[in-house]
Design a protein around this ligand. Structure first.
Ligand code: NI
Length: 257
């Protein structure tokens, strides 16, 4: 049984078949999904999905792409949403210097605003970081002692940085890119990281694992990521599934019964 620590099942790509797809997931080995928000609307939709399906939990937050649209009053709205019983994290939040959809100083401000929100809400954070590894690390270091928990989602940084994060008690979540034929850094992380700090995710509908690369992703493909990590480490896929599920339950405060 698998825990998908990061999905966007509210995405419009699932509009044609969302209900039947979600209903099929338990049969396809999915025990839990955390659906991550990217703005206020999708945060609200994440909560709706979590209300409709017992195995879906929600994260609420504003993605760095949308940082420039954010107003201070949105922080109060997010804090209210965060009080919902199925909300288990603030996210996804962070920095994206690849697309630079929002000015970098605005991204950094809204990232810190939402880290402070997580402290207030006493929830762990889900971090998006793309081509912004140094700034992400600098900011997170300043918050590391206060945060309830932190996961670097779809981690794309180096093993050296992963080690520093793990030493701060942070989690590393691996997704589809670890299965890509040209993967180097993610493979090294998958190989060397202490399994107690690993989670797995689809980030669906994006980043479908090999051999579905480029197509729509969904949590039913998460087993391919577990299988690839197992192959890299010389373990059984069931062990990878079991350990990452246990880690994610602990991280998000979900009791697994
Ligand atoms: Ni995401």
């Amino acid at each position: 049984m698998l825990f998908d620590s990061h999905a966007h099942l509210d995405d419009e790509q699932f509009d044609p078949d969302r209900q039947s797809l979600i209903d099929s997931l338990p049969k396809r080995g999915i025990s839990y999904v955390v659906n991550a928000g990217a703005d206020l609307d999708s945060s609200g939709r994440s909560i709706e999905l979590s209300e409709q399906h017992s195995f879906i939990y929600a994260a609420v937050g504003v993605h760095p792409h949308d940082a420039r649209e954010m107003r201070d009053s949105d922080l109060d709205t997010l804090l209210k949403l965060a009080a919902h019983s199925k909300v288990v994290a603030i996210g996804e939040i962070g920095l994206d210097y690849y697309y630079d959809n929002s000015p970098r100083e605005v991204q950094r401000k809204r990232f810190e605003d939402q880290l402070n929100l997580a402290l207030k809400a006493d929830l762990p954070v889900i971090i998006h970081s793309r081509d912004a590894h140094n700034d992400t690390m600098d900011i997170l270091k300043a918050y590391s002692s206060g945060l309830k928990g932190c996961v670097l989602h779809c981690y794309s940084g180096s093993w050296e940085m992963a080690k520093i994060y793990v030493n701060m008690g942070f989690m590393i979540s691996l997704g589809g890119p670890v299965t890509f034929r040209n993967a180097v850094k993610a493979v090294e992380v998958a190989q060397k990281i202490d399994m107690n700090y690993m989670m797995i995710e689809t980030d669906c509908p994006y980043l479908a694992p090999h051999p579905h690369r480029g197509k729509r992703n969904d949590p039913g493909l998460l087993y391919l990521i577990a299988e690839r990590i197992a192959e890299i480490r010389g373990m059984k896929a069931e062990e990878v599934a079991q350990i990452t599920l246990k880690n994610a339950c602990r991280f998000f405060g979900i009791s697994n019964n």
